[in-house]
Structures are given as structure tokens and as C-alpha cells.
Write a protein of this length. Structure first.
Length: 367
């Protein structure tokens, strides 16, 4: 190789390495010793890019940006939070000057999605109930403040609330679905669950009602199917569960006291005996692959600290549980229902600690 080619190759490698480092994700870090308050960021290699204590709140990277927040006392001696944004290098690119809504017990920080982020503006008198608009990555408000709630954009659509009702808008702020629903849940597989007068249906990304509003409960769509619920009479709080397709057609009749979404072609269901029912596993024809014999198909621990994303197959594995006065037993099942491993614990707390330590379940902060 000639000297010029060697030099060119070396420079190219350096530039590629620098670009890779710049594009590497940053992750929030905290000083758990308690010596330093606040948070900072480290990169994928573990190098500290933003020192701990620089910010009071640090979000995960989303769409190439992460929110950062500062909390301080205002003139009325109440804590208020402001947020701004850093880029993938840790540089503060949008100043910390935007209000953060104070929820019941925590601040509601917002993250970028598809180039836009919902931003909040408090009422001037400090009263509850400000308004949201949307800002681009240059810090420009591109959709005016007008909404009581503003969700993240997904496939060019965001869920918003106006005058107490929910609808959807596009990235230009144009209405797709007029605000007329009591509630709109997030999109899944191109459909969002909507409700009116405590009955549920589904709309598509264009705002068309594709599943009629006639179900007592309706879960998100997964693998083309959604769990629905039918109450047998007004005094029947639980009802029975089955599955519909994306056109609202009944695919598997309501016959269980509880049911989980499908994953990898299988779903966990509980026999129709209320809380005393046992959990089994069915395929998409409604046929049992594993007959009901387990006490639980997911973590049963009441907490406001974590939400556990379990109760379905992932990479060919699912966890089922049996409880008894002596403790909790976890069963690791393959897709035929064969038990691959059995683990016993003193109680649910110990079972959860083990699952978290071994990263057996997905977990998010808060409900």
C-alpha cells in the first residue's frame, strides 16, 4: 500500500471511529453513594461525558436527544421544574427553560419522537392545568400551545386532548381525528383503542373507526389480535375474555376470566373461575398447548416503583408461577409447555429480585 493510500485509510478509520463515538448512546448515571445529588451521562464505553450533579433529572436518549431538567424553588417557595435537551454528544442544544408539568407525585418530562417533542406551558397564575404544544430540534415551537395533553408522535400521528376530549393530529398540527373520544390509548400495529361512555373500539392511523365501540374492555393489538372483555351482567365486574381481529371479528370466543396478549403465536389465559382460576397457554385457534394449572402468569407484586412487562413469550421462553403457604415457584417453559427449569422463592419479593438480577423480565420505572 502506498503512503498516500495508507494515510487516507488511517484518516478514514479515525473519522469513522469519531463518528461512531459521537453517535453512541448516552445513558443517565447517578451517584448512589449519596455524596452528589443529581445526574449526568456516560457513553456505551462507560466514559463519563456529563458529570454527575450537572442536572437534577436525566432522560434516556430518544430520537437522538435526551431531556435534562433542573428543579428549584420559585417565589412562592414551591419547587418547579424546567427542562431542556442534550444531543448524542452530551451538548446542551436546547436551553433549560421549558416548563414541566407536575403530576400527582412526579414531574412529567417529555422526550423527542420523530423530530418533535411536546412542550408544556404553565398557567401564569400558577394554577393547575397548563397547555401543551410541540417543538422541533431547533427549539422552535411548530405546533402552538393548545392541548391539555399531547402524546409522542408515532407514524406521523400524535394523540392530543382538547376541551376534555381526545383526538389525533399530524406533524403539521392538522386534525386527523376530531377530539370526540373519552380516551385514546397508544397505537399498536397501526390501531389505537378508543372509548366512549366506558365502551371500547379502535381507530386506524387515518382516524377511521375500524373496530366498533361495543366492547366492555379492549387491550392493545398484538400479532393481529386483541383481548376483549364481555361483562355478563351489570354486577359482574370481571366478565369473560376472548380475542378479536383488526376488523372487530370475534376470533376466539370469550370464555376465560383473564387473558394476555399473543406473543410468538401463543397467549396465557386463566380458566373461568375468577381469581381462583388457573393459568394455561393457548394457540391462535384457541386450543390449549398447556392446560390451566398455574397460579399466575406474571409477577403479582403491588408496587408503584416498577412495572413488569411479562406474562408472554419472549425468545421462545415464558415464566409461569405457583404460589403456596411455603412460597413462590417459578417455572421456565418452552413453547411446547415443557418445564425447562424450576426455581423456588420465599415470597414474591424474592422472586422479583431474582428475575430482575437475572434480567428475566422487562421492567420500567413507575406504572
Amino acid at each position: 500500500m502506498t503512503m498516500n493510500r495508507l494515510l487516507t485509510a488511517s484518516l478514514g478509520a479515525i473519522m469513522l471511529s469519531s463518528a461512531s463515538m459521537a453517535m453512541a448512546d448516552l445513558h443517565p448515571i447517578y451517584d448512589h453513594s449519596g455524596n452528589v445529588d443529581g445526574c449526568g451521562y456516560k457513553n456505551d464505553a462507560g466514559k463519563v461525558v456529563v458529570a454527575v450533579g450537572t442536572y437534577d433529572s436525566c432522560g434516556e436518549m430518544s430520537d437522538g436527544m435526551a431531556y435534562v431538567g433542573k428543579e428549584e424553588l420559585d417565589s412562592s417557595e414551591e419547587y418547579k421544574a424546567k427542562q431542556g435537551f442534550i444531543d448524542a454528544t452530551g451538548k446542551l442544544v436546547i436551553p433549560i427553560k421549558y416548563d414541566v408539568e407536575n403530576g400527582m407525585d412526579e414531574y412529567i418530562y417529555q422526550s423527542f419522537s420523530e423530530g418533535l417533542v411536546a412542550v408544556y406551558k404553565s398557567n401564569k397564575d400558577g394554577s393547575y392545568g397548563g397547555v401543551y404544544g410541540y417543538m422541533d430540534k431547533k427549539g422552535k415551537i411548530v405546533i402552538p400551545y393548545a392541548y391539555g395533553f399531547a402524546g409522542e408522535f408515532e407514524n406521523g400521528v400524535a394523540i392530543v386532548q382538547k376541551d376534555g376530549d381526545y383526538g389525533t393530529i399530524d406533524k403539521a398540527g392538522k386534525s386527523i381525528t376530531k377530539a370526540r373520544y373519552d380516551q385514546i390509548m397508544g397505537y399498536s400495529e397501526g390501531l389505537a383503542i378508543v372509548s366512549v361512555d366506558q365502551l371500547y373500539g379502535a381507530i386506524d392511523l387515518k382516524g377511521k373507526l375500524v373496530v366498533p365501540i361495543e366492547f366492555d374492555r379492549l387491550d392493545y393489538f398484538s400479532e393481529g389480535l386483541a383481548v376483549y372483555n364481555v361483562l355478563r351482567d351489570p354486577s359482574d365486574y370481571e366478565g369473560t375474555y376472548g380475542y378479536i381481529d383488526k376488523n372487530g371479528n370475534n376470533v376466539i370466543n370469550a370464555q376465560w376470566s383473564n387473558a394476555k396478549p399473543f406473543a410468538e403465536g401463543l397467549a396465557a389465559v386463566r380458566s373461568d373461575d375468577g381469581e381462583a382460576g388457573k393459568w394455561g397457554i393457548i394457540d391462535k385457534s384457541g386450543k390449549y398447548v398447556v392446560k390451566p394449572k398455574y397460579s399466575a402468569a406474571s409477577i403479582e407484586l403491588e408496587t408503584d416503583q416498577y412495572s413488569f412487562d411479562d406474562g408472554r413469550y419472549k425468545n421462545g421462553i415464558m415464566y409461569m408461577y405457583n404460589t403456596s403457604p411455603s412460597g413462590v415457584t417459578r417455572y421456565t417453559l418452552d413453547k411446547t409447555g415443557k418445564v425447562l427449569a424450576t426455581n423456588k422463592f420465599k415470597d414474591w419479593d424474592k422472586a422479583v429480585d431474582d428475575a430482575i438480577d437475572k434480567k428475566l423480565i422487562d421492567m420500567t420505572d413507575g406504572w
